[in-house]
Design a protein around this ligand. Sequence first.
Ligand code: ADP
Length: 414
Amino acid sequence: MDAWGDPHRSAPLASRILVLNSGSSSVKYQLLDMRDSTRLAVGLVERIGEETSRLKHTPLTGGESREQIAPIADHDAALKAVAEELAQDGLGLDSPELAAIGHRVVHGGMHFTDPIVIDDAVLAEIKRLIPVAPLHNPANLTGIRTAMALRPDLPQVAVFDTAFHTTMPESAARYAIDVKTADEHRIRRYGFHGTSHAYVSRETAKLLGKAPEDVNVIVLHLGNGASASAVQGGRCVDTSMGLTPLEGLVMGTRSGDMDPAVIFHLMRVGGMSTDEIDTLLNKKSGLIGLCGDNDMREIRRRIDEGDEQARLAFDIYIHRLKKYIGAYYAVLGRVDAIAFTAGVGENAAPVREAAIAGLEGLGLAVDSDLNAVRGDESRLISPRSARVAVAVVPTDEELEIATQTYALVGKSDD
Ligand code: ADP
């Protein structure tokens, strides 16, 4: 039983969790009070290592946002600057009320199925996974090491993007390639955005007034990166991202699914190098490759002005989305809800409408009035009579990381 889940057990004294999401040149952070899951402060350090590093800090306990542009040499300096900002608001990292620091770690491989308190063995395993997550895990490790140096006495918890997907059966997780080669290089489908898929699938069950175990949900996480998952009774059984976050849906700048032979063709016929193709598929493809814009607001504006290129990019995006809805419907057999989340999923009504259009045969429909309503709350957008609920469920990865971190620290107090 979680520390706060049992009304007869008093919550641990320290109730604040700092959530850190460390990128290669940025650190996003939130400080939460887990007694009532409220945010005390949020902020972002960008362009670490450049002359024009930017720190934006917003206290949520009162007071204005503060912004500074000045060189911040490395992650160590960034975290110290964050600590100073928090201290100014009386929320310093030396406070006894800080229970733990929760770190987002992108790749946990097959080893980490749950969040874990970080020790030397955990650090070594995250490092061992660098070959399958070369962009993310090194930055995550730097963030962890910096935070550990700052507060060596405090539990530091790793929450993995891949963990929620480790329940996928082998039939969904394996690629149909030579098993020996796959195993030797740890090639399989890991999936990402797991923290969001876990949170949103649970919130969707809540919206339906049911327990997660009783609900089958297709979650469509549509941000700049985008992924779909099939969640059966609270467990992920399939997801669209694979060995890396390149597979699956059309994304802001990533191609998603494609015949792998395109790569050989580009090498042999196009004379491109591995790095050039990597950049092409990860940074210059998807919506930006198709029409020059990756922001769905801009694409919709261009479509409204009659821009054919933007229209085609949108249609390709929707076509792929529909294919995944159909595929996961078949994987799940019975679907209780489809949940749209993240920047595009939460805000772009035309995307939701187009993705569901024509799927009446599957019991799916969108009520255009409900779909047009804007808001921060989870809500249904399907007609009352619909067999399958269609919902907009805002994701909250930081809250989920804080919740999982606090649960673990509370348990280790027992
Ligand atoms: P990520 O975390 O992957 O960077 P987000 O989940 O924040 O991305 O989503 C960012 C994307 O959401 C933007 O690129 C844009 O396409 C889309 N978006 C944000 N707000 C809106 C809006 N009001 N209407 C349509 N699309 C939006």
